[in-house]
Design a binder for this molecule. Sequence first.
Ligand code: ADP
Ligand code: ZN
Length: 361
Amino acid sequence: MLMRYIETKSKCYPLYLGEEGLAALRSVYQQLQPTPSAVLVISDSSIAPLYMKQVTEALTSADVHTYVIPSGEKEKSFENYYAIQTYALEKGMDRRSVIIALGGGVIGDLAGFVAATFMRGIRFIQMPTTLLAHDSAVGGKVGINHPIGKNMIGAFYQPEAVIYHIPFLYTLPQEEWRSGYAEVIKHGVIGDAHLYDWLQKEILSLEDLRGEKLQYALQQAIAVKAKVVAADETESSVRAYLNFGHTLGHAIEAELGYGRLTHGDAVAMGMRFALLLSERIYDVDLASVAFAKWLFGYGYPKLPMELNIERLLLRMKQDKKAQSGEIRMVLLRGIADVCVEEVQDKVVLDALAQFIQTENL
Ligand code: ADP
Ligand code: ZN
């Protein structure tokens, strides 16, 4: 069982990762001070039938409550947020109560935001059940969607612990593995050249992401994320690096309509584009063609031909992270050598035109 600390200015807490996550949960929970008055485990309808019982059995508390929402990104809603608050109040939960988020990014964000605001904030524990959540569960971003935009309402709020019980992951659907793995690759590219090489050598197909290799990949990816978050909890400087592949990735997701592609498939497109653009801007060789081939080998889809590059450009300019109308891109001078650059529209458009061609050669 691996344990490391996630350090942020506001808090330092443990992350457990391994085959014995349930035992870690049991002991973390028992050691909480003050002793929890009640606990509420929040999960979704795909995960709860598989794992809810194992989790509640690990909690030795008089009052164990559960709340299950349907699965899906659209459930990260104000309605569910409000319904859970109502449920917690009706059950008599108080400031000494604890929330456990059992699920992927949707549950982590929603349950975390409930915890951040219920009676001005109560303790919570994250139990991520997806590969993608190695990213979202570290860093303390919690929140819900608004019909006008994703993640528009939220907070920075750190959990008491993050506990990855690896056996929970093995029921993930194939496309969710691929989606989460894109962020593992991202963490290698932006922060760990050794991890990047190791993935290329050791993970020849997604089926190789099992056992020790899965654990190693997760551990190294989390280390990169943790390092960035420790340096910049609230996203004022280096945290922008984590946006690598996301400026175009988010634009593609929004343009196609959310749910058409997984987040990771869109981010993989964004990373391929960022490599190509970096090569053009810095005149360096990042082996962008080999990188694309490597990703296609895992089954990441090509950029859909139907996308219009002017519209993508407009979307990129609406990005939350754009400043004064200029597109800000996270680019590379080399692997694990990141720069944030304002790139002129014309440069982005030309590169997009080249990108859409090379993708579909
Ligand atoms: P993320 O944002 O981390 O990808 P989501 O909360 O969107 O996570 O979950 C992705 C999908 O996978 C959802 O439909 C969810 O119900 C399902 N899911 C999450 N974890 C598991 C698991 N361990 N086994 C099976 N399905 C899962
Ligand atoms: Zn992402």
